[in-house]
Design a protein around this ligand. Structure first.
Ligand SMILES: Nc1ncnc2c1ncn2[C@@H]1O[C@H](COP(=O)(O)OP(=O)(O)O)[C@@H](O)[C@H]1O
Ligand SMILES: [Mg+2]
Length: 370
């Protein structure tokens, strides 16, 4: 159920546990609906939009989304929405996204990750291997969080301490003892972040190699000092060394206003196994296929590790595949058992899903079940 969410003033949809196919012209509101579902997980949603931009233009009240979710532990009611800064009576605090779980207010949607996994592929992600490292790192951390529920909180904790250290350093005359204590906390959280990433990549690589998929296998590795260090040295040693390197980079970091080393710089390195080629050199279609392969393997893994397969939001994915590949995709999705939300302009793309999904068509701002 959506309220004042982008193009929707008010909208609700009953789907049951089936997968869902959404068709309609460009601008009909398909991606908006997927974005709403993505807010039933921690983080900034699949568009990474500014929270205030999500609000329906011209609407007074803040946006909200809620959903009834059927989990292995029973039915849960998840909700989220904008808490605008003016509602906090403080002009300095930013807009916030709050959560609601089974009727209780939560400070943040972080706990949603313990209940439900949501993963997505969007047309913007077609450039994931080509664009900057931050997009790949976010993609990585979302993968990790599917098998390490505390990962997002750990990343958040690391970044908060890092910002605090940067602020202190840039103000000058920082109390060295205080900076030291921040640095040891950074090292502690940083090593936890790196260790979870390594473990997840390990498991995911295994899932990829075990899976009989029509999509190409990816070889995954991590480009990051801490992750590399943890491959062959005890965590405590890596933590101590990271801490020492932070101490010696204080002057440089004070000048640049940034933190020059740490797991906030890590890259996810992807290679096309059969072609033995880095993903960024593969064709657009091959890159998409790699990304689908990783997403499917991750969904399979999260089904066993998390206890339930994720909800998958596949925006405009079908249109880029030939009929054979589309058939394989639908089949593999069926095996994983996820509820999948697929979008496309043309219903004929989804004929092979006819018996496995509910179809909805968007027209003139209305949604019609087919
Ligand atoms: N904050 C907003 N308020 C009102 N309308 C919006 C807002 N943000 C986006 N839209 C509208 O939503 C539509 C896009 O919907 P989208 O879900 O991306 O379409 P598609 O079906 O092609 O995926 C556009 O017409 C856009 O103008
Ligand atoms: Mg769209």
């Amino acid at each position: 159920m959506l309220t004042n969410f982008r193009s929707y003033e008010s909208m609700s949809l009953e789907t049951g546990a089936n997968s869902v196919v959404l068709t309609g012209a460009n601008g009909a509101g398909k991606t908006n609906l997927l974005e709403a579902i993505s807010f039933l997980s921690p983080g900034r949603g699949l568009r990474r939009a500014k929270l205030s931009d999500v609000n329906k233009i011209g609407a007074e009240a803040p946006w909200a989304v809620s959903g009834r979710i059927f989990t292995p532990d029973g039915e849960r009611q998840l909700g989220s929405g904008l808490l605008p800064r003016h509602a906090l009576n403080s002009e300095t605090s930013p807009d916030r996204r709050i959560g609601r779980l089974d009727g209780e207010n939560l400070n943040s949607p972080a706990a949603f990750g313990d209940i439900l996994q949501v993963a997505w592929l969007t047309p913007q992600m077609d450039r994931l291997f080509i664009d900057g490292v931050s997009g790949r790192r976010r993609f990585l951390d979302r993968l990790v969080a599917a098998y390490h529920p505390s990962h997002s909180r750990e990343v958040g904790a690391y970044e908060r301490v890092m910002r605090e250290r940067s602020k202190l350093l840039s103000e000058g005359h920082a109390d060295p003892q205080w900076v030291s204590s921040l640095e040891s906390r950074m090292a502690e959280h940083g090593v936890a972040v790196a260790a979870a990433r390594l473990d997840a990549i390990d498991k995911l690589s295994q899932a990829i190699s075990e899976s009989q998929s029509a999509f190409p296998s990816a070889v995954l590795s991590l480009g990051g000092d801490l992750e590399q260090g943890l491959l062959n040295r005890p965590a405590l040693e890596v933590e101590t060394e990271f801490c020492e390197r932070l101490v010696s980079s204080r002057q440089q970091d004070a000048r640049s206003g940034r933190t020059s080393i740490g797991p906030h710089k890590t890259d996810l390195l992807v290679r096309h196994k059969n072609k033995d080629m880095p993903a960024e050199l593969c064709s657009t279609g091959e890159q998409k296929a790699l990304l689908i392969g990783i997403t499917l393997a991750s969904a399979r893994l999260s089904a066993t590790q998390f206890g339930a397969p994720p909800i998958l939001l596949l925006d405009e994915v079908a249109a880029h595949l030939d009929e054979k590949r589309r058939g394989f995709l639908f089949e593999e999705l069926g095996d994983i058992g996820s509820q999948v939300w697929l979008t496309g302009t043309d219903k004929s793309l989804f004929e092979l899903m006819a018996n496995r999904a509910r179809f909805f068509h968007f027209k003139d701002g209305k949604i019609e079940a087919e």
